[in-house]
Write a protein that binds this ligand. Structure first.
Ligand SMILES: [Fe+2]
Ligand SMILES: [Fe+2]
Length: 471
């Protein structure tokens, strides 16, 4: 497996030219992808030079190569981590047996569904974010948005490669469908809920990349353990790209917090909104919106699908090697469940609890990010704490979706919810206010008033670097 990426029509490190049939199929899909990108990718900016990183090799030194590139010329392609000789199944019913290089017939449908569900999120997020380039708070942020967008496009390529290579005709049909669904469309929506929500301004973009992209990190990590080796190697390389998306979200919200604190200290009466900033209570409401949407993406708390995927060796846990036990037969997971209108602690058979196990790791990771925001607020000398709501709050999927809960997890009735809703979740008026702040700032080194500048530039470049060539 060559680490170096060849400069074919479709850049790749999978020796694509050695498989003429596959090469022809993907070369036939490529123009459809580019049509989709032109129609549903970033609005405007397509002819401008953007300072982007591109993979030239999957070795740790070579995959982050920075240069100016027009987005339609981005090197979308197929990059897999090198094969590890002698790799065996690390968990499930096939533990210890050699991993599979071909799709096992009995698990074909399950595997295809996992790949399609993951693949669908990638173009969906590009569609959700397509208008944000009109209102970026700086050139630095504009460049980060486009970096995220082109890489989500490449993640679509990664999943389409698997569909074309291993699933024959129905794989090719699924690959076409990935370009046919549209985020938020009533007739042809994207598969998962959070990917049909509008990301209509930059605060939601930062919340999305903080919380929803982080779901992606955990799903990809679980697939990176897969006993279907091509899936493991594909998702491992995707994870290296994903880390930047999470950075964009976490540091973006942190900069909004910092600016809110500065305005609290300098604005007359500490009125952040009157000074054109995003106040911390409003920011908290957007945490209340995006965090539960992202928790939903992990699926039901008790799930036979999760159990089946683990048993088949297709989807493991986050960093499976940290665990000592990899069969999960006879073991249990202690978790909250809803029984006859009451929240109770119960031991659930481990394999059926695996969605909740993965979600629990995700929650810890989110909390670490929120702790860093609170550190920033503390360092600014402001007495305010951002909190993650209970995992029961405002859910649409799973057992908690059937009841109303306050942010602290208390069961409440519908009337109490109706009375409290506007104090905990964004209102129309909040949306209107946030949107009113979204005025583009495209001067080098300048920053919109509602957000603090980044601590440092991309690739250690200065803040006033020309991240996007505007003229
Ligand atoms: Fe992605
Ligand atoms: Fe991402």
């Amino acid at each position: 497996m060559p680490a170096v990426i060849t400069d074919d029509k479709i850049p790749n490190n999978v020796n694509l030219s050695g498989d003429r049939r596959l090469q022809r199929a993907l070369e036939a899909w490529q123009p459809h992808f580019l049509d989709w990108w032109k129609e549903m990718g970033p609005s405007g900016w397509q002819e401008k030079d953007i300072f982007l990183r591109t993979a030239v090799s999957v070795e740790s030194e070579g995959w982050a190569h920075f240069d100016y590139v027009r987005m339609p010329d981005y090197r979308w392609g197929i990059f897999l981590e090198p094969k590890q000789e002698g790799r065996v199944h690390g968990f499930g019913d096939f533990k210890g047996q050699p991993v599979w290089d071909e799709v096992p017939g009995e698990f074909r449908n399950m595997l295809r569904r996992l790949i399609v569900t993951q693949g669908d999120t990638e173009p969906a997020s590009v569609e959700q974010q397509r208008l944000l380039g009109q209102t970026s708070p700086s050139l630095y942020d504009l460049r980060n948005l486009f970096q995220v967008n082109v890489e989500e496009g490449r993640h679509l390529w990664a999943m389409v490669y698997l569909l074309h290579t291993y699933f024959g005709r129905d794989g090719r049909e699924e690959a076409d469908e990935l370009l046919a669904r549209r985020s938020g469309d009533v007739d042809k929506p994207r598969i998962l809920g959070a990917f049909n929500e509008p990301t209509s301004h930059w605060l939601s973009f930062f919340m999305f990349t903080m919380f929803t992209d982080r779901d992606g990190k955990y799903q990809l990590s679980a697939l990176a353990e897969s006993g279907f080796d091509p899936l493991a190697r594909t998702t491992r390389f995707m994870l290296t790209e994903e880390a930047h998306h999470l950075f964009v979200g976490e540091s973006g919200v942190q900069r909004v917090c910092k600016r809110a604190c500065e305005l609290m200290k300098t604005a007359p009466g500490g009125d952040v909104r009157a000074a054109g900033g995003i106040d911390l209570p409003t920011l908290q409401k957007y945490v209340h919106l995006w965090y539960p949407l992202s928790l939903d993406l992990f699926g039901g708390e008790i799930s036979s699908n999760a159990s089946d995927a683990f048993a088949a060796g297709l989807k493991g846990r986050y960093k499976e090697e940290r665990y000592t036990e990899h069969d999960l037969i006879g073991s249990t997971f202690s978790m909250d469940v809803l029984r006859e209108g009451k929240v109770l602690r119960e031991d659930v058979p481990m394999r059926t609890a695996l969605n909740e196990v993965l979600r629990t790791e995700y929650i810890k990771d989110c909390q670490r990010g929120v702790d860093r925001w609170n550190k920033t607020i503390r360092e600014e000398g402001i007495d305010f704490r951002i909190t993650l709501p209970s995992n029961r709050f405002n859910r649409n999927i799973g057992m908690w979706a059937t009841q109303r809960f306050a942010p602290d997890g208390t069961l409440i009735d519908q009337a109490t919810w109706d009375a409290k809703r506007d104090s905990v979740l964004p209102t129309e008026a909040d949306e209107t206010y946030i949107k009113s702040l979204m005025k583009p700032v495209y001067e080098r080194g300048k920053m919109a008033n509602w957000i603090a500048p980044p601590a440092k530039g991309i690739n250690n470049l200065p803040g006033d670097f020309e991240y996007v060539k505007v003229d």
